[in-house]
Design a protein around this ligand. Sequence first.
Ligand code: FEO
Length: 413
Amino acid sequence: MVAIKLTDDVFWIGANVHTEDLFEGIWPIPNGVALNSYVIKGDKIAIIELVREWGGAALTLLKNLESISIKLTDIDYIILNHLEPDHTGFTYLLNSLSPDAEIVSTQKGVNLVKAFYQIENNLKPVKTGDVIDLGDNKKLEFTEIPNVHWPETMVTYETNSGILFSGDAFGAFGVHQGCIFEDETSDESKPYWEEETLRYYANIISTFSGNVLNAIEKLSGLKINMIAPSHGLIWRKSPEVIVKKYQRYSNYNKDYAEPAICVVWGSMYGNTEVMLNSVLRGIGKVGVPIKVHRVPNEDPSFILSNAYRCAGLIIGAPTYEYSMFPPMKYFMELLRKKRITHKKVFYFGSYGWSGGAKKDFDNLAENMHWDILEPLTFNGYPTLEELEKGEKLAMELAQQVKQIPSKTKDENY
Ligand code: FEO
């Protein structure tokens, strides 16, 4: 690998990790993930973000540095915008190889450097407004943006080039498809990035949507020429596009999302599945876009994406041992954790020996700002009347969803 130039003195030195591993030990990344790392050459040299030793990423970073004739002992500053180990796993080794480099992060970040890597030397805590002068007209200015994605998070702005090194903010899953910049991305690759950006947001960031909006507001005074996040594409020509996209995603937690319905269902012996077909027919009669997922057959990571982007959410799950079908209960717990709020919702499900799923549904739906239609539960195989009722309720939900205006506009690359 070789480093890639962002400007004459700023380079991408990261790695694309193609891996079967789960991100954060939870989320599948069939398209891998880019660990973006950068180096800035002034009179002094700073690295911003590292990698973890994952699929050869640390070696790649070293080779990228070598390609621009930077030795590890040349590094003066290691800037860690946040401490999640996908960006910092290499810190211990780099500290050993480059012991004079100062490790820069927020105070909470510095505390985590000690906790994660037992490093006590050359730690430099910074706060909002602090500046490190690299010389040769290059300065790094720091702004704390807590909880985008963990509490210690900051961003780094290089004042000469106007590059915002934004950490996880404005990131995406997925390895680069032959180019690291959004303006070099082919039309064929754009849907890939759309999907991987939304899935990254719904899996990793959505819990902190309010913090994302605060961060965007806080950074609005900066003249940003380029956004260089820690994952995904680098926004060189149109940084405002990814900002608008993240704003839109964040607002999905404050208002209804797009006029579409995500149907998530599970069935033990087919009784709930029979009702599912009536429900789908009802939606089809109204003509609203639909995404259908079955649990546990599909991974929640992908379902969360569609649950997040759709204003309508239908949950179909039976009772299992006095409570909700376990894979659906787990999925609903994720909906809560990820704050997938403000939905038009309908629940249906079969029960056999006893009920219980609806009680779990009610508990898990509490305080989610969901507008919930009358739930439909039935004993065993649904009767004709119950099937008609399911179809009618689905039509009612679809009609409500159809009225919701789409919020996707002005976001082309
Ligand atoms: Fe990519 Fe929050 O780490």
